[in-house]
Design a protein around this ligand. Sequence first.
Ligand code: TAP
Length: 478
Amino acid sequence: MSRFEYAPAPESRAIVDIKSSYGLFINGAFTEATDGKPFKTVSPASEEVLAEVSEAGPADVDRAVKAARKAYEKVWGPMPGRDRAKYLYRIARLIQERSRELAVLESLDNGKPIRESRDVDLPLVAAHFFYYAGWADKLEYAGAGPDPQPLGVAAQVIPWNFPLMMLAWKIAPALAAGNTVVLKPAETTPLTALAFAEICQQADLPPGVVNIITGAGRTGQALVEHEGVDKVAFTGSTAVGRAIAKSVAGTPKKVTLELGGKAANIVFEDAPIDQTIEGIVNGIFFNQGHVCCAGSRLLVQESVYDEVLARLKRRMSTLRVGDPLDKNTDIGAINSAEQLARIRELSQIGEDEGSERWSPECELPAQGFWFPPTVFTGVSQAHRIAREEIFGPVLSVLTFRTPQEAVEKANNTPFGLSAGVWTEKGSRILWMANQLRAGVVWANTFNRFDPTSPFGGYKESGYGREGGRHGLEAYLAH
Ligand code: TAP
């Protein structure tokens, strides 16, 4: 595969104002970390250092939790829901106003194509705040009884794949329900969370209601283990989720975990073929496959296997990999060198275990972290690429003959976050949706999100739901 020089699109880069260094956002102001060292955040597309960011140590975590506690007790908890709603609406509008800039910042720090951050992430982020703003004065209908009460201080730890969207999923329902928050973004993608801190200032949100502390895993650990925290909300890997569940066991803290996935995307012989091919591509190559609910296991009915594969490969050959800030880019950069190493390692294991690997001819930039769209055929259920989350643009294809066999194969995973079904038959969609052990089942579409829909997993994909009325329950005392 050839490599070319990467030159970021200058005109879009110009609309963001990235400072050379950032402090922590505690009690409504940016402050220096007292006991951590700064770290660098880089653009994964160019490896350019974007900014230096503070690492919060235990004393900083303590300051942030205390600020959140004070704001909860003195201001936010007692505030009438209709007044909390005003702040949330204001935040939603500011996100809309700054959405171009936030989309560019997200693409720079994360590596995702601007078309996705601009047309998917940012509209959903704003929609999430609008949606939960509407709930703030209607909590008695949230399903937590006639007199729902907030939990207190929420510790929220999020991953790098949808930095601002995961922030919105966490912060909007927590604030609507009357909680205050301390949020830690992922180490590789802190910049949009810090821009969100500025938005909280612009919105005149009372100090301490939202605190953003940056850092690596140990900052997250210190935060969730802090005894001043009432609620832990985590999105990330199953391994870290398990460690968090253990660390809070025996404490009064309430926990929700959104963890990994290995979704089956199931194609029946009567599926509308053009739409299905687009759905397969969107299912696995959206956001470089850094998607917990990615359709990473394609199950194709044997009778249409040859046709689906041929058309999928043809479509994959048209995908453009490269500059995240170029509006024509379909697949951006892999978020970090570590993630790239993991994708490479699992892909090599796929070959070693006997699956056939295919990628289209594709030029990759010389600097940065890149992986071509890849499909593995001849995959069996025992192969690691069929069982483990790769979290990259890598699709494993398996086949089935009967709907029953499709269900058995789809459910043969420790995960249970999402699944997709492609068929013309409505009765089959309903039957499959009942049989599949997955929190979300998409029919003739994939990776579709909406703030009104609950989202979350079965089995090792975690517990609790985010989105919709159910997303509020996680932040209310029952
Ligand atoms: P993780 O390594 O689990 O990191 C997630 C967050 O937890 C990061 O902010 C991380 O900090 C922090 N963290 C790491 N160790 C911690 C600890 N011991 N205690 C508390 N916090 C800790 O996952 P990732 O690599 O960022 O994200 C990829 C994973 O997230 C995938 O498995 C994916 O499936 C899952 N994911 C799930 C969902 C849903 S909705 N189910 C959504 C997105 C992603 P650092 O980044 O600084 O290490």
